[in-house]
Each structure stands twice: as structure tokens, then as C-alpha cells.
Design a protein around this ligand. Structure first.
Ligand SMILES: C[S@@+](CC[C@H](N)C(=O)[O-])C[C@H]1O[C@@H](n2cnc3c(N)ncnc32)[C@H](O)[C@@H]1O
Length: 225
């Protein structure tokens, strides 16, 4: 059974062709996608040997060796695009996810990207829009203490130099009545308020206005404005 965060990633996978899970670690997502029948083939890749051994164990335990290839790779550097319709990059920082995407040209060929940044989602969203990608759909998952956003992303070729504060910080998260979306907004309000309080106490007030605007954006979201 996947947790809420990985279940949401699985939901966004199209299942049309091969799914590639980058930074697979335990390969739970891949195992679930194959066992549920949503995907008929998968690639589980990771940069490190420990996670790859773990992935191998999961694949053997579930007897899905014929459907899953395990490959050592930094991002998608060692992965050939043949037959891949979906790429999942989950559980990594937003900047690392951005760097992996921007150096992989073949992702522009109609590949559905399922992205779940652990940190800096705003940096990832801005880079996606600047580099011709757009967010089709975005939802939040909540697990006990933390709220995460998961996005489904496609290349469209429209390079947006400037995006709104809302596009950068909330992306396509829209329904302010959903508890997981509210938890996500509350998390960012707490973060921003900490930064604002720190800035007010120090001499460094340069970005104060920007942080106040971000906090207000999330506050307005919670108020349904
Ligand atoms: C926190 S785990 C996330 C596992 C799983 N994707 C999830 O969301 O539960 C991060 C994994 O990413 C792998 N990783 C880190 N940098 C990577 C890179 N540049 N390319 C491929 N995998 C990487 C790590 O080895 C680790 O197994």
C-alpha cells in the first residue's frame, strides 16, 4: 500500500506506455503501478547502489522482474527514451528535479512528467514555465505532519519569462476547501511568517515586502479569495 503522497503520484501516471521512476529508492511506486495493472512496463532508476539493491528486492519479492528494468543513472542521463510515456521524479528537492528535467531534451516529446518536490516547489514551477513546460494539474497530499504538492507537467513550447506570484507559489492548486490544500497553504504561511518575523528583528529588510505578499497570497487562498 502506497502512502497518500505516492498514491497521488501513481494517480497522475497515464499508464499508456513505460513509466520511468527517477530516484526510485525502494521502488514501491513502480511495484504498485505494475501490480495494479496500470502500467505494463517500468524502469526504476537511482543514482546510488543502496537504493538500487532495495529496488531489486522489491521487484523480486513481487515477482515482476519481467516488467521492470533497474538502471543506475544520475537523473535520466543513462535512460533511453524508447517507449517512455511517463516520468516520475518524487521525493527530491525542487532544484534537483529542475536540473534533471532541463538537461533531458527528450522530455519535450510529449512525456507526462509527474513531479513531487520535497522543497522549493516555487523554484521548480518558475523554471518549468520559463523553459516551455506547463502544469496541467496539481494536487496536494497530506501525511500526518507534512503537505506535499504533486504536479502533472507537459512541454508546450511556450516560454514564459514572467509568471505571477500565484503561479509560482500555488501553481495549479485551486480548491481551498480541500483539507490537504489548506494544510499546504498553512505550511507556507508558517514558513513565511517565521521569515518575516526574523527580518523585522534584523537590519535585513530587503525582501520583507515580497515575503509579506507571499504570506498574503496563501492567506487569501485560505479565505477563498
Ligand atoms: C528520498 S528518496 C525518494 C524515493 C521515492 N522516489 C519517494 O518519493 O518515496 C530520494 C532518492 O533519490 C535518489 N537520488 C538522489 N539524487 C539523484 C539523482 N541525481 N539521480 C537519480 N536519483 C537520485 C536517492 O538515491 C534516493 O534513493
Amino acid at each position: 500500500m502506497l502512502d497518500e503522497r505516492l498514491s497521488l503520484c501513481a494517480e497522475f501516471v497515464s499508464g499508456v506506455g513505460t513509466v520511468c521512476d527517477v530516484g526510485t529508492d525502494h521502488a514501491y511506486l513502480v511495484a504498485e503501478l505494475i501490480k495494479s495493472g496500470k502500467c505494463s512496463s517500468a524502469i526504476a532508476c537511482d543514482i546510488a547502489d543502496g537504493p538500487l539493491d532495495f529496488a531489486k528486492q522489491t521487484v523480486e519479492k513481487n515477482a515482476i522482474e519481467d516488467k521492470v528494468k533497474i538502471i543506475k543513472s544520475d537523473g535520466l542521463d543513462n535512460i533511453l527514451p524508447d517507449g517512455i510515456t511517463d516520468v516520475v521524479i518524487a521525493g527530491m528537492g525542487g532544484e534537483l528535479i529542475r536540473d534533471i528535467i532541463l538537461r533531458t531534451e527528450w522530455l519535450k516529446n510529449n512525456v507526462n512528467l509527474v513531479l513531487q518536490p520535497m522543497t522549493k516547489p516555487e523554484v521548480l514551477r518558475e523554471a518549468l514555465y520559463k523553459n516551455g513546460y506547463f502544469i496541467k494539474e496539481e494536487k496536494c497530499a497530506f501525511d500526518k505532519t507534512h503537505a506535499y504538492s504533486v504536479m502533472s507537467v507537459l512541454f508546450c513550447g511556450e516560454y514564459k519569462e514572467k509568471i505571477t506570484l500565484k503561479e509560482k507559489w500555488l501553481g495549479k492548486i485551486s480548491d481551498s476547501k480541500l483539507p490537504q490544500n489548506r494544510a499546504y497553504a498553512e505550511l507556507f504561511i508558517r514558513k513565511e511568517k517565521k521569515i518575516i518575523d526574523g527580518m523585522k528583528k534584523s537590519e535585513e529588510k530587503g525582501l520583507l515586502k515580497e515575503h509579506e505578499e507571499i504570506a498574503k497570497l496563501f492567506d487569501d487562498f485560505l479565505k477563498g479569495r
